[in-house]
Design a protein around this ligand. Sequence first.
Ligand code: ADP
Ligand code: ASP
Ligand code: MG
Length: 400
Amino acid sequence: MVQKFGGTSLGSPARIKKAAKRVAAAQRAGYDVVVVVSAMGDSTDRLLGLASRVAREPAARELDQLLSTGEGVSAPLMSMALSELGIAAVSLLGFQAGIQTDQRHAKARIVGLTPARIQRELAAGRVVVVAGFQGMGLEMEVTTLGRGGSDTTAVALAASLKAQACEIFTDVDGIYTVDPRFVPAARLLTHIAYPEMLELASAGARVMHPRAVEIAEAYGLELHVRSSFHAGPGTIITSEEAIMEDRNRVRGIAHEEQVARLSVVGVPDRPGIAASIFLPLAEADIAADVIVQTASHEGVTDMSFTVSSADGRQAKRILDSVAQEIGARTVLAQDGLAKVSVIGSGIRGQPGVAANMFKTLSGLGINIEMISTSEVRITCIIKADRIKDAVAGLHQAFNL
Ligand code: ADP
Ligand code: ASP
Ligand code: MG
């Protein structure tokens, strides 16, 4: 069994000891246990804060080196707490656990996993505690998997070790219809399908790292998300086929603040224009999200898309020079936006869902700046100062 504990669940020595008891119980139940830990409490944020006090733009490589120390603290502490309970345990950093990644600092992807050491330790009867969120790129470079990436460490290990169960212990009771800290009326879901969970996670629900959900789906691995503070049923993330309830409706709402919009205005409309705008952004590793191109008028068009606010300034710089090259009129940037998404397998082929979403937002006097859809998601970009009203209003409108 793989058990993953998030930061809040390890926020103090007392909480680490409590988590260790959960691990002990799993071992007593007969499992070989691999524990994946996040950094204690908000220590990753604190490390980022330290970096920002010594440098304006710290190098990505050094940031990874720094951030990986957070999990480097919690893993040995968990191992010690287990020993204290009389359980043989050993902690491993990402590279010792055989987690190989590509070279993209701060957003590395796991490209290979060699769990030989873990298997040897398990065979020797030890609980293996693995530092989450980190891996090793070429030339033994330390990499990190992106914020929230310990989930992905856990799921990748569970897949590679063919674990019978993968439990994600966190600071809420499971997956809710909406962030329960944002909308108190949120309802706990007993099950959620991989595609729905992936869309929720990608649309801003922090509770699961999107990459973890992708890996779980690819390997058909059920995930059990539950509270680290008390025994509750939690939520099972599984295949659509396994879920009989609630097939035909919206299942959840996600939101994201800190969204910026960039518009390249007066773009000559000819083949290759979109590529010339988005290739340089991709090279800079900036993800463009909601993309809208207006209908061409007299041979020119406007191209708008969103990026996270953190990438806004760099994206503007890149686009300013692209605009000159392709002869676009100007580049406009607007910050202070937010994204709200309704998600559910039942959205497929049901035009009424989009109509209901737009009607609800208009009823609240909220202007929709941009719209995008996928098979199981409808997303609207709105002004950030109305995001709370939008999320709460939609939660009610869809009877969640
Ligand atoms: P951990 O440190 O355990 O990984 P995170 O902070 O990464 O925990 O994720 C848990 C948080 O995700 C919750 O505290 C909650 O505020 C937030 N969250 C956002 N959307 C949801 C949702 N739909 N269901 C549950 N939690 C959510
Ligand atoms: N400690 C890392 C973070 O805060 C990874 C994780 O918690 O999953 O993002
Ligand atoms: Mg997390």
